[in-house]
Design a protein around this ligand. Sequence first.
Ligand code: GDP
Length: 357
Amino acid sequence: MGLSVGIVGLPNVGKSTTFNALTKASNAEAANYPFCTIEPNKAIVPVPDPRLDELAKIVKPNKIQHSVIEFVDIAGLGNKFLSNIRETEVILHMVRCFEDSNVTHVENSVDPIRDIEIIETELILADIEQLAKKIEKLTKEAKANVKGAKESLECAKALADHLDSGKSAASFSEFDSDVFNALNKELRLLSAKEVIYGANVNEDEISIDNEYVKKVKEYAKERGAEVIKLCAKIEEELIGLDDAEAKEMLESLGASESGLESIIRTAFAKLGLISYFTAGVVEVRAWTIHKGWKAPKAASVIHNDFERGFIRAEVISYDDYIACGGEAKAKEAGKMRLEGKDYIVNDGDVMHFRFNV
Ligand code: GDP
């Protein structure tokens, strides 16, 4: 299941600061995920979800488990570094939107659109290189009449022309075609990935949109991408505080919520992920699935046996669960549904699986 976000950006824009904040956020929870190998350039972070706290108020469990996603940091540009993020599904593009004469800018001035274009050109160049190799291979296959090779070759060549003109794969006219999708599945094109722009501002500008942020927002709007404004330095400090202190600090800066949390939540949604819940005294837990998954497949993230021996799912929607004050009362009120194997799980469903193996 695709769960990871790659961080890119020019040097000195705040990537490491952001990544450090993410790593700190992950420390508390990482121990709960023994299946995750922790590598220095990866942070596995909990997805903030206030619904878990509401469920916990009712159930009073021993522990709470959040959904998690992974962020991957890259140490630089060029093909070698960029290959680190090929396997990720979404890109977090950090952009410098702050002035600070103590922090040198590699291009000697603050200009977020120029910076974005430099990075996006890098991504396109890396894709052109990948694609050239593929075109060579497909040319041979097409000559040998390998099935499907001719169509793939045509699409690959059209894509190469598109990339050569400086445009990203995301704006390729055949983006939604099956042939393109098959190519992309293999090549994992960097410029085809969804992008979230992280606009890094100074702490005294969190509550406003400065000129730089406005420009980034305009740029992103044309591309249907999202912009999250944050002050990376502050985010790092916020992680060390308890909830009440963090809230007070944000309020004093005129911000309603942590930018890092917005990034994590936005990334989760961009990955096409949703959560369903299990709520028992042992734990109240969010389970991560893709939007559109049916009940048996959703059950498999808890255990393969749940999918193999799936009989039925008992489902209470989150709103009903909270409104009724828990499972027993929701059942009494007739709010528990029995759903079969074709049920498409909704975000926030509180579930029990009946299975038999
Ligand atoms: P990277 O090269 O993109 O990983 O950038 P870093 O995260 O290492 O940040 C470069 C420098 O900018 C460091 O000295 C940071 O402390 C500083 N920095 C990061 N975010 C901000 C910010 O929001 N405002 C200011 N003034 N400095 C920042």
